[in-house]
Ligand binder design. Structure first.
Ligand code: DP6
Length: 326
């Protein structure tokens, strides 16, 4: 493989106010805003290699395995168009997430990709534009462009140019910790994209979900600015459970939890009742993410690790946004 022309990294992010549903599939516009934290421990590193002139398409390697270029090539096309053309690339991407951890890599993957492509084609796009481009790959990826606490804006312009993420506060503002309890290592049954589409099409609770996100965003924004952990715990668990309630009411219902997922959620609530600074969130899969105040982190990690069905726990800090590293 020729030497890469550029390398970029981006951290995974975890939504505290969830994104679940789209108002436009082609531009991948969310039906509501969302708020997340970007992590430092779980990241994607993406190297771009320029292919020869006779190449007819991009190539994608993830952790050394060749995968279909689909959405990756579509996002690269958007960036090549902005540059007035450009070469095909071999995209060589590595996730440092433990194999089979079942953690979403599309957010960090697309954030690293747009960062690298911007540099490779010498575009110098703003972070806001990069967030918009990352959104075209995956809605949650728009948020991984930024570090710390991040809000994805709903936006109102038809072309999607204001449906972008923006930073609320950096990681140092409130150095929370995240304990990820891995409760299953097989690939998830229904992807986020398919799960949210099914919820939109068939769940009677979907309109109620969309109608109530704005109030959650207000509460989460206030909790973050005031560093009010109880307020953030309340709105984050509410948003996660409400997202799952809307998905459970789809047809057929989306049941992302296993017994260990539920046991972890109960354990987190018991720890909190006993004075520990912790709350949970769960995405479109069975892993539980326990967001902790720093002094509660080791107790939470030890407790979750002991639960039958928990294969392992990972401990992460909040981290920076996507960046070019080479
Ligand atoms: C449950 O960003 O993976 O993690 O835009 O269709 O690629 P697409 O969806 P994706 O959905 C993430 C859903 C979630 C909640 C969240 O991260 O906000």
């Amino acid at each position: 493989m020729p030497a890469p022309i550029v390398e970029a990294r981006a951290g995974a992010n975890i939504a505290l106010v969830k994104y679940w549903g789209k108002r436009d599939a082609r531009l991948n516009l969310p039906a509501a805003g969302s708020i997340s934290i970007t992590l430092s421990g779980l990241e994607t590193r993406t190297r771009l290699h320029e292919l020869q002139d006779d190449a007819e398409t991009d190539e994608l390697l993830v952790n050394g395995e060749q995968l279909p270029v689909g959405r990756v090539s579509a996002v690269l096309d958007l960036i090549r168009n902005l540059a007035g053309g450009g070469p095909f690339f071999r995209v060589d991407s590595d996730n440092n997430f433990p194999t089979g951890a079942g953690l979403a890599s599309s957010a960090s993957g697309f954030a690293a990709l747009v960062m690298a492509a911007d540099q490779a084609l010498d575009l110098g796009l703003s972070k806001s534009r990069l967030s918009e481009l990352a959104r075209r790959g995956s809605g949650s990826a728009a948020r991984s462009v930024f570090g710390g606490f991040v809000e994805m804006r709903l936006g109102s312009i038809d072309d999607g140019s204001d449906a972008v993420a923006e930073p609320l506060a950096n990681a140092e503002h409130w150095p929370l910790k995240v304990v990820v309890a891995i409760t299953a290592t097989e690939p998830k049954s229904v992807s986020s994209t398919d799960g949210m589409n099914r919820t939109m099409q068939s769940s009677p609770y979907y309109p109620a979900w969309v109608a109530t996100v704005a109030a959650d965003l207000d509460q989460a924004r206030r909790a973050i600015s005031e560093r009010n952990f109880e307020l953030l715990a309340d709105v984050s668990e509410f948003s996660a459970l409400k997202m799952h309630a809307s998905a459970l009411a789809a047809r057929p219902g989306l049941l992302y939890w296993n017994p260990a997922t539920l046991a972890c959620m109960h354990a987190v609530r018991e720890l909190r009742a006993a004075g520990c600074g912790v709350f949970f969130t769960v995405d479109a899969g069975p892993q539980v993410k326990a967001i902790c105040l720093p002094d509660s982190c080791s107790r939470v990690a030890e407790s979750l690790a002991e639960i039958p069905g928990v294969a392992r726990v990972l401990i992460c800090d909040l981290g920076p946004g996507a960046e070019v590293v080479n």
